[in-house]
Design a protein around this ligand. Structure first.
Ligand code: ZN
Ligand code: MN
Length: 495
């Protein structure tokens, strides 16, 4: 069992430094250097051609739409856009990459020197962006046997459909000074990127499908040491919640290593969703091991300043401005609004409002009921399996008086269990509120008969006592009675 140090304890002695490398798959129609379809899934090895299979003699051509998306992403991250840059070969061997090199960018990224501001608990942290560069994805290797890892596998299957899919890699400068909030800042940063990329329309940003994946570099150093500690790189962390957990775990593990007088090994690590730990991967290569050199088969990229300015004009409202406008439109206090942001629910609430719910109703469902369920399931809100449109439909049923809030929770249970749209779940599960006077009248008569003393008090003018009888009727009708109607009937009968 790996030793870890209590999180609060380690913060009294160490300070963390983080660096995040995020890979984004672009949603262009075709791949980065060939005309193959850029689609998730498909029969293995059907979206391939000589270029993305790296066959000798094939020649790549860069995807103009991918360059356009790269520039828009760079601008949205407040980066400079290179006047002239090239692709580079990053040489290494892995069976999911037939060329034995990845076409990437090295010392000439298309976008560099940017920043984004993220909010944690109402405080703003600036995350400096070192670069955003273009590259291609590798194929997908599936190792069979040996717990799914290449070591100990019986055999491996390779699917090249993903080989050559356009990627943008966004690299931060070291994130310093966040202290105990460092894991939350990292999470907020990735949530911010996800929302930003979505609003740019350049990627599906589905973390669970791997179209947005994050590598977290973590190091700690004794407070006041004045230099960074040795870092580890936890690869492919695939949810917002996991980013926070993986970083916390690494800080705690590294503190135990240092406390025991050891040295942190510079290596890649794997994150394990089930228990929130990381384990050793491979020693981390330094840049010189990759023998980078400029790609001779592709033209340099020299976006004109006019084009860059045209693209700047297509950017959506900056996130901070967008948030301020939403808060104003929705009329929420700072506390209510930051509750939405902290829950990672801003886009979901926005889409629920767009689907017809009031901001208050949308906030209520996402930040309380659904956030609790996501927490219990250990997943992010957008992985829950209910869409903003469905949440809006549930609320519409409440507003029409078809169901009440309590029944609405059962409707949500049904939607999450895959029983269909909210209205179908109401029908299938028989969840509609009963407001039929006949059915209610009988239940009210029973409640009066069973509680003569309460009935007497109501007859004597103590109208507040009706609450107890309403409760009895609701219980008898398993929460499905129309409470307003029940109250009316009780008062009528005991008038
Ligand atoms: Zn191809
Ligand atoms: Mn990369």
């Amino acid at each position: 069992m790996t030793e870890t140090v209590d999180y609060d304890d380690l913060l009294t002695r160490y300070e963390p430094a983080l660096g995040l490398e995020t890979h984004v798959e672009l949603n262009t129609n075709t791949k980065m250097f060939c005309g193959c379809p850029n689609e998730f899934g498909g029969e293995p090895n059907t979206h391939v051609c000589p270029v993305c299979l790296g066959l000798p003699g094939s020649l790549p051509v860069i995807n103009g739409k991918a360059v356009e998306s790269a520039i828009r992403i760079g601008l949205a991250l407040n980066c400079e856009i290179a006047e002239w840059c090239r692709m580079a070969r990053k040489n290494y061997f892995y069976p999911d990459m037939t060329k034995n090199f990845q076409t990437s960018q090295y010392d000439e990224p298309i976008a560099f020197d940017g920043w984004v501001d993220v909010e944690v608990d109402g405080e703003t942290y600036r995350v400096e962006i070192e670069r955003a560069h273009m590259e291609e994805d590798a194929g997908k290797a599936t190792h069979v046997g040996g717990a799914g890892r290449i070591q100990g596998a019986e055999y491996s299957l390779i699917d090249y459909n993903r080989a050559g899919v356009p990627l943008i890699e966004i690299v931060t400068q070291p994130i310093l000074g966040a202290g105990e909030k460092a894991p939350q800042v990292a999470r907020a940063y990735v949530a911010h990127l996800r929302d930003l990329l979505k609003s740019l329309g350049v990627s599906d940003v589905r973390m669970e499908q791997g179209s947005l994946r994050c590598d977290a570099n973590v190091s700690i150093a004794p407070i006041g040491a004045g230099k960074l500690g040795t870092r580890t790189e936890t690869k492919n962390v695939n949810s917002l919640r996991s980013i926070e957990r993986a970083i916390r775990y690494e800080m705690s593990r590294q503190a135990a290593v240092l406390d025991a007088g050891g040295a942190v090994v510079q290596e890649t690590r794997h994150f394990h969703e089930a228990d929130g730990t990381t384990s050793s991967g491979r020693p981390k290569s330094d840049a010189e091991d990759y023998r980078y050199f400029a790609e001779p088969d592709l033209m340099p990229i020299a976006p004109s300043r006019e084009w860059v300015e045209e693209l700047r004009a297509t950017l959506p409202e900056p996130p901070a401005v967008h948030r301020r406008r939403l808060q104003g439109d929705w009329g929420f206090s700072d506390i209510d609004f930051s509750g939405i942001v902290n829950a990672g629910a801003l886009t979901l609430v926005e889409e629920t409002v767009a689907a017809g719910a009031t901001p208050t109703a949308a906030r209520k469902w996402w930040v309380s009921d659904l956030a609790r369920r996501a927490n219990e399931g250990g997943i992010d809100l957008d992985e829950l399996g209910i869409t903003p449109a469905q949440v809006a439909a549930v609320q519409a049923l409440v507003d029409e008086g078809k169901i009440n809030d309590k029944l609405a929770r059962q409707v949500i249970d049904g939607v999450l269990a895959g029983e269909g749209e909210p209205a179908e779940v109401v029908d299938k599960r028989g969840l509609a509120v009963v407001s039929d006077e006949g059915a209610l009248g009988a239940a009210v008569d029973d409640a009066i008969a069973a509680n003569p003393d309460i009935a007497e008090r109501i007859r004597g003018g103590k109208v507040q006592a009706a609450g107890a009888l309403i409760g009895q009727v609701m219980k008898a009708m398993r929460g499905q009675a129309d409470a307003g109607k029940v109250r009316e009937l009780i008062l009528e009968k005991l008038a």
